[in-house]
Write a protein that binds this ligand. Sequence first.
Ligand code: FMN
Length: 159
Amino acid sequence: MNTLVVFYSLEGNTKIIADILTEELDSDCIELKPDKEIPKGGLTKFFWGGKSVLFHEKPDLVNDLPDMDEYDTIFIGTPIWASSYAPPIASFLDKVSIKNKKLAFFACHAGGGADKCFDKLKSALSENTVIGTITFTDPAKEEKDKIKASVKHWLHEIT
Ligand SMILES: Cc1cc2nc3c(=O)[nH]c(=O)nc-3n(C[C@H](O)[C@H](O)[C@H](O)COP(=O)(O)O)c2cc1C
């Protein structure tokens, strides 16, 4: 099984999950980076990030993306932004062709919106099979061992 973990993380929460997955799966991993990152601090991130989602922006990515046909299973991770996936994920989906794959989605949020986000990902990637989804509430604030155990339990269920 050839597996890819691909994710975006503004403030490190989604990266925590992606790193655990990459280690447990011994997979390739791509951290998507927009060429211009929105400001992280304070409330301005909600303004710029929210605007970017609402206007369906697809920021340029600095990443070189491999051919998705190298993989049969792809884990896609995102923070929830305005009940959707973050714009760099939209850029990724626009740049690659993903068909007939097994997909798993992981998302981090501060309280809600993951169901809508997963529905959007499922409809954008409808020619694939979704094997599982998981969410975390700001895992950077949680105990690392607890988070790792949840990820491992989920992997055991879906793989
Ligand atoms: C622009 C923006 C919009 C957000 N929208 C939501 C939301 O709709 N629902 C929610 O629960 N959290 C929302 N959040 C909070 C993040 O999803 C949450 O803090 C997440 O863990 C951040 O992941 P990261 O550290 O990987 O960037 C939003 C954060 C930002 C910056």
